[in-house]
Design a protein around this ligand. Sequence first.
Ligand SMILES: *[C@@H]1O[C@H](CO)[C@@H](O)[C@H](O)[C@H]1NC(C)=O
Ligand SMILES: *[C@@H]1O[C@H](CO)[C@@H](O)[C@H](O)[C@H]1NC(C)=O
Ligand SMILES: *[C@@H]1O[C@H](CO)[C@@H](O)[C@H](O)[C@H]1NC(C)=O
Ligand SMILES: *[C@@H]1O[C@H](CO)[C@@H](O)[C@H](O)[C@H]1NC(C)=O
Ligand SMILES: *[C@@H]1O[C@H](CO)[C@@H](O)[C@H](O)[C@H]1NC(C)=O
Ligand SMILES: *[C@@H]1O[C@H](CO)[C@@H](O)[C@H](O)[C@H]1NC(C)=O
Length: 655
Amino acid sequence: MEQNPKSVRMWIITCLLFILGQAMENDRDFKMCGTWRHGNASRNLKSDLKVGCKVIEISANESTLSIQGSITAKCTRSSSIPLESNPLQNPSHFCVFWEPLLDLMIVEVNGKKYTLCESHGLQGTCCTDLSLEDQKIATLYGIENGSIHGDTISYNVMELYRFRGDTINCKEKFCDEASQKRSGANMIEEVVMKSNKTGRVDLPCAQSTIIEIKEGFTGLNFTLPAPRTVAPNMTPTVYLPSCLKSQSTITSKVVCTYYKDKSLFQRGSSDAVLLDDIVGLSVENEIIKNLPEPVRIRFHHSALPANLSRRCVSWDTREDNEVTWKYDGCETEIHDTETECRCNHLTYFAILVQVEQKATVRHLEALTFITAVGCAVSLVSCLVLFYWLCKRSLYSKRVKKTQISLVHRGLVVAIFLLCLFFILTGTMANVGKKIVCQITGSLLHYALLSTLCWMAMEVFHTFLLIRKVFNSTLPTWIFYLVGFGLPVLLVGILLLIENVYDVDIYGERKIVPSDDVNNPYRMCWMLENDKSLLAHYIINVGLLAVVVSSGAVMLFLVVREIHNRPDWKKIHVAFLSIWGLTCLFGTTWGLGFLDFGPVSETILFIFCIINSLQGFFLMLRYYALERMKKKDRSISDGSSSGSSKQHMLQTYEKS
Ligand SMILES: *[C@@H]1O[C@H](CO)[C@@H](O)[C@H](O)[C@H]1NC(C)=O
Ligand SMILES: *[C@@H]1O[C@H](CO)[C@@H](O)[C@H](O)[C@H]1NC(C)=O
Ligand SMILES: *[C@@H]1O[C@H](CO)[C@@H](O)[C@H](O)[C@H]1NC(C)=O
Ligand SMILES: *[C@@H]1O[C@H](CO)[C@@H](O)[C@H](O)[C@H]1NC(C)=O
Ligand SMILES: *[C@@H]1O[C@H](CO)[C@@H](O)[C@H](O)[C@H]1NC(C)=O
Ligand SMILES: *[C@@H]1O[C@H](CO)[C@@H](O)[C@H](O)[C@H]1NC(C)=O
């Protein structure tokens, strides 16, 4: 019971604070309405306004509604406007609006607006907080039910209301108000739009530029105005494309605002940090989406540690009250001390650069070293193996054998290229030319695809031999076409997409070591943007999946085919281990290029070792097979099971 009065009191105080808060918010702008009892003859709206901050009198008699006093910053006006005479409309409803920040005064009588003072930009000091000082009661004609912001002052018919104002710094007060509100950025852009100016408009919390775009607008580059505290070369630059000009209006205004006050935006709950600069763009009375050419905003900032990533985000304030940053609709281009956002939409929105943690690789130096050594060993192994294979096929007279040798040789060449380009990619990335890196990246990709294709063909060829599908052999050119031609086609398509749609697929990738984030390891490979990732998943992962799954199926088929034969027991260990090795290193190259996120360090080391030594393993496998064949041949000489052995030997060769 004790609690109750207390909580009621708290509640009342909260309500009072809320009401007071509302009242204070509304104080800046003034709105007085009432019902004007007037005669049936002609009527006028009389005004006599002067610069200053004293009193304003709103009075009415039989024929005249009169606004006079001195509260404006720039506007002086003395006039008498005849109002439309409609004897049936008596009394008339009227309102007086005063927006001191804009120096804007509008009187509305029976729904028709009369602008007494037009806005000429935002005012620094202005006359606001108009409070009732005096009122004079009338007999017959005058103002009935006079109200301020909807609260009735008096139900009586009054001849005159007099209000006294106060001088304040309007801009500061406005910024304070905006920062209290969720839609603060909207408030700012609306006021700027209403200020009826072109060019620069300054507020303590934001700097805006209003640009009028007319018929024949061909796009515009400009630097946003900035407060004096920001160095001129650090302020964002904006490019407005020609497609911003709407067809429906002759001219339209674009407001570009530079917010230095992050607090207007940072209330959304997010781990990400916003960079200092925020830019808002809006077009008068329009919601702009799906622009054919993007708006470009370039942010300048100090160099960031490489373990942070940046991303452009936008916020559609018209749709949600909460600050929820969206990632779609903007592309991010990252340079060392600059970030460019290309966005195809622009409602009431803001763009910023998000900073978040980026994955780093531990022991990158050791891994790089291991890979380099492994690749060097592989290169030599490939050369040796290639020489062996060529020598053997020279002496061999059997077509089938030549073909097996051809598939082996194809794989050796592909792995040789893969290791070669892998070693080159690090060097080429440091040349610094974009085109060089793009070419190296596409060559590396070609070598990887070629390796995967030749692996697929080893599997396929084995299948043909085991099932004895064809007694005759396939023409040689088919193997070359698939092994070297198909990758050309795939890479060619990607290069075509790159050029036609002007997207970057190949280019410089940075791998960030965790112990020295500012010295990333550069390599040329596929980039990390959406389109490259899509191509990566479809082509690389797809092809890898085909190779791995068909390899597994093949192993199963081979085992099923031959495990009932009498000599199976003798050789199955060697057989399985050779196949297993084949499958293992078939997958590893692919795995090395897949981004499986945080893998354990041990796995990473094993991947690197196996991947880079692939050429060496290929040579080992070939050597082991040759040894086994020779042994087999000497044992089976003259034995009755010769033909079955012969078949099995072929099976090994295929693998
Ligand atoms: C004005 O005209 C209306 C309708 O014609 C009439 O009812 C009203 O009495 C008139 N008022 C005066 C003040 O003449
Ligand atoms: C009504 O008021 C205006 C000024 O406020 C004055 O000039 C005019 O003479 C008045 N008309 C009558 C009929 O009192
Ligand atoms: C004035 O307000 C009272 C109470 O709300 C209402 O009854 C009356 O009709 C209003 N008078 C006019 C002229 O609008
Ligand atoms: C804006 O100001 C100019 C004069 O500077 C005026 O001619 C024009 O009508 C104004 N426009 C609006 C919408 O207030
Ligand atoms: C804007 O600047 C960019 C790069 O600085 C340039 O390519 C483009 O042609 C410029 N556009 C206009 C309309 O000046
Ligand atoms: C990112 O780099 C900075 C300095 O370069 C370092 O202080 C910070 O610990 C790094 N963060 C992580 C998670 O590695």
